[in-house]
Design a protein around this ligand. Structure first.
Ligand code: 13P
Length: 233
């Protein structure tokens, strides 16, 4: 079955390297579905030149114009961008995005027919069984249909640290999330795992039951490492 490989460039990639990177994306042969989430300034370049699907790393919940520095669902749609990440921990922690804001963004993305990649996860000292249902309940408030949401489980302690949880632990949490959502929405959710994924561990992660793919951060701006990851699936 095709796997979903989502690449979150965060703030990396300089303009001098952009077109070399894009050229390489078109040379990599894969059956899997790749979604690249570059910085907003490069969205158009990827849309026009890469064969991979393109997503934003965030969007504003409002379509009102008075939000300096932000980007709206209307703007994403007008460029043909089909996906957006929402609720990444780096935004939650740096910009105080609370459950209500994440929920509004999620609703705005769904209303605009943009597929949301909803990020969530617990910290090292927290019990996922307590934290994840509370987070998901807040994020999914007033949402009845989860068919179009990609759930991205990213344990906070694994983001950008190289501290990959044990594979059995990831499996246990993915099963928990899958069951929680299936019980509540009577649909099998689409779930990806993110946090310290690389070419050396992808093979073990990607074959976890109930997991549809991965979300890769820092190293995703290294196109050679992306190619190794794809080849190791
Ligand atoms: P790393 O792959 O750098 O750990 O980051 C994960 C992430 O934040 C993806 O959204």
């Amino acid at each position: 079955m095709n796997k979903l490989i989502i690449l979150n460039h965060k703030m990396s990639l300089l303009y001098d390297d952009l077109y070399n990177y894009i050229e390489k994306t078109n040379e990599i042969d894969t059956e899997n579905d790749i979604i690249i989430c570059p910085s907003n300034i490069y969205l158009e370049a990827f849309m026009n030149n890469s064969e991979w699907s393109v997503g934003a790393q965030d969007m504003h919940y409002s379509t009102d114009k008075n939000h300096t520095g932000e980007i709206s669902s209307d703007q994403l749609k007008s460029l043909g961008v089909e996906y957006t990440m929402i609720g990444h921990y780096e935004r939650v922690s740096e910009f105080n995005e609370n459950k209500n804001i994440v929920n509004q963004k999620l609703i705005a993305a769904l209303d605009s027919n943009i597929f949301p990649i909803l990020c969530f996860g617990e910290n090292i000292d927290e019990d996922y069984r307590e934290v994840l249902p509370k987070l998901l309940e807040g994020y999914l408030k007033d949402i009845q249909n989860i068919d179009f949401i990609i759930f991205a489980y990213e344990p906070i302690y694994a983001i950008g640290t190289g501290a990959l949880p044990k594979i059995d632990k990831i499996k246990e949490v993915i099963d928990f999330i899958s069951k929680y959502l299936e019980d509540k929405y009577h649909k099998k959710p689409t779930i990806v795992y993110g946090g310290s994924v690389d070419s050396s561990n992808i093979h073990n992660i990607i074959n976890i039951d109930n997991l549809n793919g991965v979300l890769i951060g820092n190293i995703s701006s290294d196109i050679k490492e992306v190619e190794r990851i794809i080849n190791n699936i």
